[in-house]
Ligand binder design. Structure first.
Ligand SMILES: [Zn+2]
Length: 366
C-alpha cells in the first residue's frame, strides 16, 4: 500500500514524562517578535511608511503576564512616521513591556545620497525612541540595485556603512536576519529535509536563479561584523546556521560583537541536544531568547503567538523531556523530527531569558 506523505501523521508510542512549564523559571525578554509590518511591499522589499498592526497591546499583555514575559521586542517597527506611530501604540503607553526597533528605508536604497539619508534616519528613529535596528532577509535576497530589478545588493555594500556605524555610536543593537536554513538553498526534491515546508511555500526557496549561496551570504555578513566592531549585532535564528553550531561558534570567536537568538530554531537545536547543550555552555553570555512570535500568524505554526508557543520554548530550555513537538502543529512544520529538552542550569537560564538581552538593550537587570 502506498501512503501519501501529507497523510502520514505517526504518533509516538514512547511512554515518557511530559513536563508542563506554564511559566518560565525567570522573567523573559522576547527579543524577536512581530507586532507590526509595513503595509506595502513589492518582491520582498517594504515600501513607504504606512504600517499594519497585528494585535492591540491589551490582548498581548494577558499572555505576557501569564507566561512571565516582562518585555516583548517588536522588531519590524518600520520607518519614519510609521515607526513613530508603532512606538506611540506599543512602547510609550506600556514602559518596559514593549520595545520597538526601526528598519532601514529599503525602498530608497538606490537613490543618490542614500548613505547619509539612512544614517540621519537612524538618528531620527533614536530620537523617536526606537531601541535598535532590524535587518530582514530583504538584504542579500530581495533588495536589488533598482529596488526590485537588477542585481542583488550585497550585504556588505558600503552604502550601509554609515548606518551600521550610527547604530554603534547610539548604542542601538542591530538584529540581523541573513540567509535562511541550508535546505532552502537546495533543490525541492525527495532528498530535501524541509521538502514539505518548501513544497508548501516555494517562494521560500533560494535555489538557483541569481541567488548567492548560503555560505556567501554568511561571509558577507561576517565582513560587516568585522568592519563595525563597536556595533552590537544579534544574528537572528542562531545566526541562521543552527544546522552548523560549530560554524556559528567559530564566528562568535572571531567577532566579540556577535550575539545570537533562538527564534524558530528550537527545532534545529533540539534535534542535536548534546551539541546544543555544549553551545549554551560555551556561549551562555551571548545567547538571547526570541521566538519570532506573530499574533494570529497561523501560516507558520512555529510562530503563532500564544501560551502554547512559549510553553514549548520553556520546556525545551528547562526540562530533560524527550522526543516532543517543537511547534504546536499535527505535523512538525520545519522538518519531520522531534526534539529533546536541554535542562539548562539556573545560571544559564537567567542569562538567556533576561540578562543578556537587558545588557544589550540597556534595561535594568533584575
Ligand atoms: Zn522574524
Amino acid at each position: 500500500m502506498a501512503l501519501d506523505l501529507s497523510e502520514f501523521q505517526p504518533r509516538s508510542m514512547l511512554h515518557l514524562p511530559e513536563t508542563k512549564v506554564a511559566r518560565s523559571r525567570f522573567p523573559v525578554i522576547d527579543v524577536h517578535t512581530h507586532l507590526s509590518f509595513s503595509a506595502s511591499s513589492r518582491n520582498g522589499v517594504a515600501l513607504g511608511e504606512k504600517m499594519r498592526y497585528l494585535a492591540p497591546p491589551q490582548e498581548l499583555l494577558r499572555v505576557l503576564d501569564r507566561k512571565n514575559i516582562r518585555t516583548m521586542v517588536n522588531l519590524t517597527g518600520g520607518v519614519g512616521a510609521g515607526l513613530e506611530e508603532a512606538i506611540r501604540k506599543y512602547q510609550t503607553p506600556y514602559p518596559g513591556r514593549f520595545l520597538v526597533f526601526a528598519e532601514p528605508w529599503w525602498g530608497r536604497a538606490s537613490e543618490p545620497g542614500y548613505s547619509r539619508f539612512q544614517a540621519d534616519q537612524i538618528e531620527r528613529a533614536h530620537r523617536a525612541g526606537a531601541r535598535g535596528l532590524k535587518i530582514v532577509k530583504t538584504l542579500g535576497l530581495y533588495l536589488r540595485e533598482r529596488t526590485t530589478a537588477g542585481p542583488l545588493v550585497k550585504i556588505d555594500d558600503p552604502r550601509f556603512d554609515a548606518m551600521w556605524e550610527t547604530c554603534g555610536s547610539l548604542g542601538m543593537p542591530v538584529a540581523i536576519h541573513v540567509s535562511d536554513p541550508e535546505a532552502f538553498f537546495l533543490p525541492i526534491d525527495r532528498f530535501n529535509e524541509r521538502f514539505e515546508e518548501l513544497n508548501h511555500h516555494p517562494d521560500w526557496s533560494f535555489y538557483g536563479k541569481d541567488f548567492p549561496s548560503n555560505a556567501e551570504l554568511l561571509e558577507a555578513r561576517n565582513r560587516v561584523f568585522e568592519r563595525h566592531p563597536k556595533t552590537q549585532f544579534v544574528a537572528l535564528h542562531v545566526g541562521n546556521n543552527a544546522e552548523n553550531l560549530a560554524y556559528v561558534s567559530a564566528c562568535m570567536d572571531r567577532f566579540p560583537n556577535m550575539h545570537v537568538e533562538l527564534a524558530a530554531r528550537i527545532g534545529e537545536l533540539g534535534r542535536q541536544p548534546r551539541a546544543a547543550r555544549q553551545f549554551f555552555d560555551r556561549r551562555q553570555d551571548r545567547i538571547l531568547f526570541g521566538t519570532d512570535a506573530v499574533p494570529h500568524g497561523v501560516e507558520t505554526p512555529q510562530q503563532v503567538f500564544g501560551d502554547e508557543l512559549y510553553e514549548i520554548y520553556y520546556r525545551f530550555l528547562e526540562t530533560e523531556d524527550e522526543y516532543f513537538d517543537y511547534a504546536p502543529a499535527p505535523v512538525p512544520p520545519q522538518g519531520r523530527w522531534r526534539i529533546y529538552g536541554l535542562g539548562l542550569p539556573e545560571g544559564i537560564l537567567r542569562k538567556v531569558y533576561y540578562e543578556n538581552a537587558a545588557r544589550l538593550l540597556g534595561l535594568s537587570t533584575l
